[in-house]
Design a protein around this ligand. Structure first.
Ligand SMILES: Nc1ncnc2c1ncn2[C@@H]1O[C@H](COP(=O)(O)OP(=O)(O)O)[C@@H](O)[C@H]1O
Ligand SMILES: O=c1ccn([C@@H]2O[C@H](COP(=O)(O)OP(=O)(O)O)[C@@H](O)[C@H]2O)c(=O)[nH]1
Ligand SMILES: [Mg+2]
Length: 253
């Protein structure tokens, strides 16, 4: 798998190899298999692969701003793999895993699940994919999430989409979502909006300061919004769209 560090010398080349890297080298473990809570705190990151760098996009916005809807369209057009942090967490609940009850309560209250749980799920999903371009939807939700991801993965996202939507519209969409979600009720939505403003906006500001943020006006039809998303990915065309272009060329022959 390309995402895993493949060279032992690279694994142990840092001046002070982490326990995590030693375990990886010794047992050939994937990162998500290797780290315990203790390792997580100590992990130095540095997942890389010589000559091959994945394209990673964080997709941010308040509850109901349309992240998932637009991710589906981006996947269809540009061949990204969509990793919704919320979906990964909900899968843990439905699979009755050891963290299931804790995740359920956290989501019900509109709070944020501990970083180590979410980062581990995201890494596991990335490592089991053959793709080299990922949309990470609904994560990071706090500065603590962001720092944890960057420490463990060792890279920053290539760019960040932010779906900017007025609160009134977000509430309306969430309450009409009709997916039977435990957090799609007025009390939880109010708390999620509070958490979004307090903890997620600082992450958005951070990436804005780094010149990585693409703010998209999230009012309009789904297609109108996707028209605003397209130019962001068109800029990456040579790197991200090779497969699509190749397929098109074959079909046009
Ligand atoms: N542009 C839009 N206009 C109206 N409703 C929308 C729009 N985009 C998405 N929705 C609807 O709003 C709800 C929330 O969208 P979703 O993509 O799940 O948002 P998020 O992932 O940001 O919470 C869904 O029911 C979806 O069908
Ligand atoms: O990185 C994440 C993503 C989601 N959540 C939890 O899962 C809920 C639903 O997240 P999702 O992204 O599915 O909601 P959306 O914003 O799409 O409505 C959030 O309110 C949080 O409680 C979390 O704790 N960390
Ligand atoms: Mg969503």
């Amino acid at each position: 798998m390309w995402w895993r560090v493949t060279s032992l010398s690279q694994l142990v080349s840092s001046s002070k190899p982490s326990l995590l890297n030693q375990m990886r080298a010794a047992y050939g473990l994937k990162l998500w298999q290797a780290f315990s809570t203790e390792d997580f705190k100590r992990a130095e990151g540095g997942l890389c692969h010589p000559g091959r760098t994945p394209v990673t996009t964080f997709v941010l916005g308040g509850p109901g701003s349309g992240k998932g809807t637009q991710c589906t369209k981006i996947v269809e057009t540009f061949g990204f793999t969509h990793l919704s942090a919320g979906d990964l967490l909900r899968k843990e609940i439905s699979s009755n895993t050891e963290n299931g009850a804790m995740i359920l309560n956290t989501i019900k209250e509109g709070k944020i699940v501990p970083s180590e749980v979410t980062v581990k799920l995201i890494l596991k999903a990335i490592e089991s994919s053959e793709n080299d371009r990922f949309l990470i939807d609904g994560f990071p939700r706090s500065e603590e999430n962001r720092v944890a991801y960057e420490r463990v993965v060792g890279t920053e996202p290539d760019f960040v989409l932010f779906f900017d939507c007025p609160e009134e519209e977000m509430v309306k969409r969430v309450l009409n979502r009709n997916q039977g979600r435990i957090d799609d009720n007025i009390d939880t939505v109010k708390e999620r909006l509070r958490v979004f403003t307090a903890l997620n906006l600082p992450v958005i500001k951070y990436y804005s300061g780094k010149g990585k943020l693409y703010k998209i006006d999230a009012i309009g039809t789904e297609d109108e919004i996707f028209e605003r998303v397209l130019p962001v990915f068109a800029a990456l065309r040579p790197k991200t769209c090779n497969n699509i272009l190749q397929k098109q060329a074959i079909n046009e022959k």
